[in-house]
Design a protein. Structure first.
Length: 693
C-alpha cells in the first residue's frame, strides 16, 4: 500500500495541477468554464493543451486520446502520439488547443440507430472540461462527448450533460423564489458497484462466461448464500490484494474509492466511491470497471460485471445514489424539521412527481438483457417502480395531503444497554433494502440499474424528469402574491396526485405486484416490454422540451437498444446450442456409455445389473434426448427470430421464444450434471467456481 496523500490524483490534470501549471489568467477563464459551463475559446485551449502535454510527458505519456462513451455502453479510445516530425529531421512533441477540444474519429462502426449513414462516417468528439483529463497506460485521456457531423448526439455523455444543464436551470428558477441565486446547481451521484471475482482457470474453461458474461448452464450449488456468511465477511487474501491495488490505481486517478466489502453472494464484492458531480462520477465509474477487469488477473482472478453471472445466486447491481446540490449545499437535506422546510419539500415533491409521472421512462433507462435476469428475481427490486420515504417523511407527506399538522419525532436516543457502549441518535428512516427508489436520509438511492450499465441513461432520465417537475412547480407559483401559500397548495395537489408511487412496504412480497396493479403502476418485466417507453409521445415531449434529446435522437437510441438486446440474446442462444452439442452431449453420452458398458459387462458375465445402473442409464438417455431436441428447437427459434425485420418484434421474439428455448436446453443439461461423474463433466461447476480457495 502506498501513502495515499503521495499518490492521490497523481495521474489527473485536476484543479490543483491547473492552478500550478497554467498562467493565472488562463486558469481563471478555464475554471469559469468549468464552474459555470461557459464555452472555451481556442486561444485558451492552446495554452491549456500545451501545459497538459508538458505535464503528461513528465508523467511518461507518449500518446493522447479522446476518451468517449458510444452507445455500445463501453468506452472508446483511439491513440495518437504527440510526435510531430519536422522538415529538418527533428521531432517535436506537440499537442494543440484544437487537438484538445475537438477530435474527428472515423466513427462509422459505432452504433447510431440509423442516425449516421456510413457515407457520412464523420463524427466529432468534443472536450468535456468539467471532467478532468487523466493518464492511463501512457496515454493522456481527454474525456469527450461524441456527436455526428450533423450535430446529433452519438454517445451517452452528451444528453447527460444536456440534462444536467436542464435540471440546473429549473432548480435555479425554483431557488430564486426562496431568494437564492446560487452560481452552480448540479446533480451528484455515488454509484455502488457490485461484481464477482472468480479464478482465471475456471473462467478459461467456461465459454459461456467468456462469450456472454454469464453462465448459461450450471446446476444449483449444494451451498448458496443461505448461511449469510459472505456479506461483510472476512475478505480472501488474494481478493484483498486486488482491492488494495485497485484502490491505489483509482486514487491516482482522483477517484474517491471509499468502501469495499464482500457482498451477499459467494465471491461477490462491492466498491463504493464518495459521490461526485454526475458526469465525473460516471466517468469515474467507467474507469473503475475497466480497472477492475484489468487488475483482477494480477491475482489470478477474473472480474465478472454481468448482472446475473450465476442462476439462483444474487446478481449484481449498481445503486445510483442521487441528489442535487446548490453551491455544494445538498437540496435534499431535510434538516431536523422537514415539515417546516419548504424548500426541501419542494425538491422532494418534484422527485416524487417525476418518478410517478415518468415511471415507465425510468424503468426503460435500466432495461437490458442482463438486468432482466435480476429485476424481479428475489434479491433485486422488482420491475415495478415505487418510492420509499420512511416513516417520518411519509408522515410529513400525509400531513400535507390532509392539511394537518405534523410533529417531527425528533431525535430518538438509543440506549444500547451496556454502559461501555455509547448512546446514539437513531436515523429518521430505516433502510428499506427492497425498494427500487429509496430516500436514504439526504439522497435517493435508485437501486434498479444493473452492474454492467453505463449510468448515463438512468441519470439523464432522472435529471430530465425532475427538471420537468421543478418547472411545473415554478410555472405554477410564478407571479403568485403569496409564494408560500401557493407553494404549499402546489405540494398538496402534487403529492395527492402522485401518492400512489409511495410504498414503504416489502417490495419482494407476493402481494405487492397485485397492490401495484390496483394502484395503476406499471410492471414492465422485460426489456422489450420496457423499451417502447422511450418513444412514447410524453417521453419525446419531455426530452424535446428540455433540449436533452431530439425526436430523431430518441428514436435512434431506441433502435440501438432494441438491436443490442436482440444481438445479446442471439449470442446467448447460439452459445447455448453450440455448448449443448459440443461440450455437454459428448460428455453425457460418454458417461452413459460407460454405464451401459458396465451393465452389459455384468449381464455378459451372467450377473444381474443393478436397478440403480439401469435407472441411471434411463435418466441419462432421457437427458440426452431432451438436450438434443432442445438444441434443435432452439436453433429453429433463433433462425426464425433472425428473420424478423421489425426491431421491436425481433426483440420480442428473442424474449418470448429464444430465451425459453434456451431454458429448456439448460434444464436438461443441469439435470444431467447431477448424474454424470465428476471426471466426465467438461466444465467447472457452480460449487467449484463460487467456493474456490
Ligand atoms: P449503502 O451500501 O448503505 O447504500 P454506501 O455507504 O455503500 O451505502 O453508499 C452510499 C453512497 O451514496 C456513497 O457512494 C456515497 O458517497 C453516496 N452519497 C452520499 N451522499 C450523497 C449525495 N448527496 N449525492 C449522491 N450520492 C451520495
Ligand atoms: Mg446501497
Amino acid at each position: 500500500m502506498s501513502n495515499i496523500s503521495d499518490i492521490y490524483g497523481a495521474l489527473v490534470f485536476n484543479d490543483h495541477v491547473m492552478q500550478e501549471r497554467l498562467p493565472k489568467a488562463t486558469y481563471k477563464v478555464l475554471s469559469k468554464t468549468v464552474k459555470e459551463g461557459k464555452p472555451l475559446n481556442l486561444e485558451i485551449a492552446n495554452v491549456v493543451a500545451h501545459a497538459m502535454k508538458e505535464w503528461a510527458i513528465e508523467k511518461g505519456a507518449t500518446h493522447y486520446t479522446h476518451w468517449f462513451q458510444p452507445l455500445t455502453g463501453i468506452t472508446s479510445e483511439k491513440h495518437d502520439s504527440f510526435i510531430n516530425p519536422q522538415a529538418d529531421g527533428n521531432t517535436l512533441l506537440s499537442f494543440s488547443g484544437k487537438e484538445l477540444i475537438q477530435g474527428e474519429p472515423d466513427a462509422s462502426s459505432f452504433p447510431s440507430g440509423g442516425l449516421r449513414a456510413t457515407f457520412e462516417a464523420r463524427g466529432y468528439t468534443a472536450w468535456d472540461p468539467t471532467s478532468y483529463a487523466f493518464i492511463k497506460d501512457e496515454v493522456l485521456c481527454i474525456p469527450t462527448a461524441f456527436i455526428s457531423y450533423t450535430g446529433e448526439a452519438l454517445d451517452k455523455k452528451t444528453p447527460l450533460l444536456r440534462s444536467m444543464d436542464a435540471i440546473s436551470r429549473e432548480a435555479k428558477r425554483v431557488l430564486s423564489f426562496f431568494g437564492d441565486e446560487p452560481k452552480q446547481v448540479s446533480t451528484t451521484v455515488g454509484p455502488e458497484q457490485e461484481y464477482f471475482l472468480i479464478k482465471e482457470d475456471d473462467y478459461a474453461q467456461r465459454l459461456d462466461l467468456i462469450l456472454t458474461g454469464r453462465t448459461l448452464f450450471g446446476a444449483t450449488p449444494c451451498k448458496g448464500q443461505e448461511l449469510e456468511e459472505h456479506y461483510f465477511g472476512a475478505i480472501r487474501p488474494n481478493v484483498n490484494r486486488f482491492m488494495q491495488e485497485l484502490d491505489d490505481e483509482l486514487w491516482k486517478l482522483d477517484i474517491p474509492a471509499n468502501t469495499k466489502h464482500n457482498e451477499v453472494a459467494p465471491s461477490q464484492h462491492e466498491l463504493a466511491p464518495i459521490f461526485q458531480t454526475t458526469n465525473a462520477a460516471i466517468d469515474a465509474n467507467l474507469l473503475t470497471m475497466e480497472l477492475m477487469r484489468k487488475l483482477a488477473p494480477h491475482q489470478g482472478l477474473v472480474c465478472l460485471q454481468h448482472e446475473k453471472p450465476f442462476e439462483g445466486i444474487n446478481g449484481s447491481g449498481k445503486h445510483n445514489n442521487w441528489s442535487i446540490s446548490a453551491d455544494g449545499a445538498n437540496l435534499l437535506e431535510p434538516g431536523k424539521t422537514p415539515f417546516e422546510n419548504l424548500q426541501f419539500l419542494v425538491f422532494l415533491t418534484a422527485v416524487i412527481e417525476a418518478v410517478d409521472e415518468f415511471q415507465g421512462l425510468l424503468r426503460m433507462s435500466v432495461a437490458s438483457a442482463g438486468n432482466d435476469h435480476r429485476l424481479g428475481a428475489n434479491e433485486a427490486p422488482p420491475a415495478i417502480i415505487s418510492v420509499y420515504l420512511g416513516e417520518e417523511l411519509e408522515g410529513v407527506v400525509h400531513a400535507i395531503i390532509n392539511s394537518t399538522e405534523h410533529k417531527s419525532s425528533g431525535d430518538i436516543k438509543m440506549e444500547l444497554g451496556a454502559s461501555v457502549l455509547p448512546t446514539f441518535t437513531k436515523d429518521n428512516a430505516d433502510r428499506n433494502r427492497t425498494s427500487p427508489f429509496a430516500f436514504t436520509g439526504n439522497k435517493f438511492e435508485f437501486r434498479m440499474p444493473g452492474s454492467e450499465v453505463n449510468l448515463s441513461d438512468a441519470n439523464m432520465v432522472l435529471n430530465t424528469i425532475v427538471a420537468k417537475a421543478l418547472s411545473n412547480f415554478a410555472d405554477a407559483v410564478e407571479g403568485a402574491e403569496d409564494f408560500e401559500s401557493a407553494a404549499r397548495a402546489y405540494l398538496k395537489q402534487s403529492l395527492s396526485a402522485h401518492q400512489r408511487i409511495i410504498f414503504n412496504g416489502d417490495n419482494y412480497s407476493e402481494e405487492w405486484p397485485v397492490e401495484a396493479a390496483r394502484r395503476g403502476l406499471l410492471n414492465l418485466k422485460s426489456t422489450p416490454d420496457a423499451l417502447p417507453q422511450y418513444v412514447a409521445p410524453e417521453s419525446i415531449a419531455v426530452f424535446e422540451q428540455f433540449k436533452v434529446l431530439s425526436k430523431v435522437e430518441v428514436e435512434s437510441r431506441y433502435e440501438v437498444k432494441l438491436e443490442h438486446y436482440s444481438k445479446k440474446v442471439n449470442i446467448e442462444g447460439l452459445t447455448t446450442a453450440r455448448l449443448a452439442r459440443r461440450h455437454y452431449l459428448p460428455a453425457i453420452i460418454e458417461f452413459s456409455t460407460t454405464v451401459a458398458s458396465a451393465i452389459a459387462a455384468k449381464e455378459g458375465a451372467g450377473a444381474q445389473a443393478t436397478k440403480a445402473e439401469k435407472d441411471l442409464l434411463a435418466k441419462l438417455t432421457a437427458c440426452i434426448d431432451a438436450i438434443y431436441t432442445g438444441a434443435e428447437v432452439l436453433e429453429e427459434e433463433i433462425a426464425k427470430a433472425a428473420q424478423i425485420e421489425d426491431s421491436l418484434a425481433n426483440a420480442q421474439a428473442y424474449c418470448t421464444k429464444v430465451l425459453p428455448a434456451m431454458v429448456n436446453v439448460r434444464t436438461a443439461v443441469d439435470e444431467a450434471e447431477l448424474l454424470v461423474g465428476d471426471d466426465y463433466w467438461p466444465v467447472p461447476t457452480y460449487n467449484e467456481i463460487l467456493f474456490y480457495t
